[in-house]
Ligand binder design. Structure first.
Ligand code: PMP
Length: 394
């Protein structure tokens, strides 16, 4: 049997990490893998997570199974964090999943189950795993224009024109905030326009939110999702706690199915539990429990929010420093978009050849599509990157 297997393509980002490790240059900079790193290059355990883990270790008396949809206290806390009071709780079905990826996967499975003919419209570009999972599930994907390589902002006219080609029942995948890989995001007026198109054409929104708190703030980053959830008949929301709680390896995510028809909730809830059962039965609990402990404890929550805010402001300061440095070196505002982008990533919008040149000449490791992880920088390395960008003639 095994001899029929075909080798799967290697993960490009992991291959890049290995090349970085093997590079002897002291000035090399790793802007590859999508993990937050502080100025020392460390991905820290957040203070509130440590405190919650300590408390959990002391207080937890059983590790028996929880429930197919996970702990309801986790779903409640996450629904409040993401949706606030934009939708009544009774209109939302939710289930814990192994990370945001688990939520994305379950959402796609639900789409296939509910409407096997639905196509999923994805931004060009999007997180590559979206397309990879959709292909694996044999779901047709259609790319919509999103990133304008001239301005490095959103090509909103292109996006609107492409969404208008979608048919009733098609799904439109949107990034809730901090678009990966581009860093370019919709403003509230654009969210409203997108929702109008969705409703006009009978399209179903699916929102992937993996970086709440990394862009403009915890509340600000959720405005688009809240608007969609409140103003469309139904939507799917896949959330990840990997980044904003720093619990990547704990695999903590949530899938929500929102319907304006409260009568749909029980069926949706049963479907989410069923899908969990088929794929892995009970979802992981450890990370989810830490999250609900933090969100339901005033002191832990305040400390978590404060540390997350420091993280966010640190990345914003690096963005500004890089944009300023490039302005100084080039005498132009061409790179001003780096300070406008939000989240951990920015797409430089340059060619793979240029990315390769920066790696070979200056030891700058970014993903081949020119995605940079801003958190891979610190105040000392920003000038090195700026010079490398200029030297490569980007
Ligand atoms: N969606 C997007 C857009 C992401 O960037 C990520 C993380 N790379 C995820 C979902 C899922 O992350 P995880 O499964 O680690 O929670």
């Amino acid at each position: 049997m095994f001899e029929t297997l075909k080798p799967q393509p290697a993960d490009k980002i992991l291959a890049l990490m290995q090349m970085y490790r093997d590079d002897p240059r002291e000035t090399k900079i790793d802007l590859g893998v999508g993990v937050y790193k502080n100025a020392e290059g460390v991905t820290p355990v957040m203070r509130a997570i440590k405190a919650a883990e300590h408390k959990l270790w002391e207080e937890q008396t059983s590790k028996s199974y929880v429930g197919l949809a996970g702990d309801p206290a986790y779903s409640d806390a996450m629904i409040k964090l993401i949706l606030s009071d934009s939708v009544a709780r009774g209109n939302i079905a939710a289930a814990a999943t192994p990370g945001g990826t688990g939520a994305v996967r379950q959402a796609f499975e639900l789409i296939k189950m509910a409407n096997p003919g639905a196509r999923v419209f994805v931004s060009n570009p999007t997180w590559p795993n979206h397309i990879s999972i959709l292909n694996y599930l044999n779901i047709e994907t259609v790319a919509y224009r999103y990133f304008d390589r001239e301005t490095c902002g959103v090509d909103f006219d292109g996006m609107v024109a492409d969404l208008k080609t979608a048919n009733k029942g098609d799904v439109v995948l949107l990034h809730g905030c901090c678009h990966n890989p581009t860093g370019a995001n919709l403003n509230m007026v654009q969210w409203q326009e997108v929702v109008a198109i969705l409703n006009e054409r009978g399209l179903i929104p699916m929102i992937d939110i993996a970086y709440q708190g990394f862009g403009d703030g915890l509340e600000e980053d959720a405005q688009g999702v809240r608007y969609v959830a409140a103003n469309t008949p139904e939507c799917l929301i896949a959330a990840s706690c990997s980044k904003n709680f720093g619990i990547y390896r704990e695999r903590t995510g949530l899938l929500m199915a929102v319907s304006q028809d409260a009568g749909a909730q029980a069926l949706n809830q049963g479907t989410l539990a069923f899908l969990n059962r088929q794929n892995y039965s009970f979802p992981p609990d450890h990370g989810a429990r830490l999250v609900s402990m933090i969100l339901n404890d005033d002191a832990l929550r305040a400390d978590w929010a404060a540390e997350l805010e420091e993280t966010r402001l640190g990345m914003l300061a690096l963005r500004q420093q890089l944009a300023d440095e490039l302005q100084r070196l080039t005498g132009s505002d061409r790179f001003g978009f780096l300070a406008q982008h939000r989240g951990m990533f920015s797409l430089l919008g340059t060619s793979p050849e240029m990315v390769e040149k920066m790696r070979a000449d200056s030891g700058i490791y970014m993903v081949g599509d020119s995605r940079m992880n801003i958190a891979g920088l610190n105040t000392q390395t920003v000038p090195i990157l700026a010079q490398a960008i200029v030297d490569a003639g980007v």
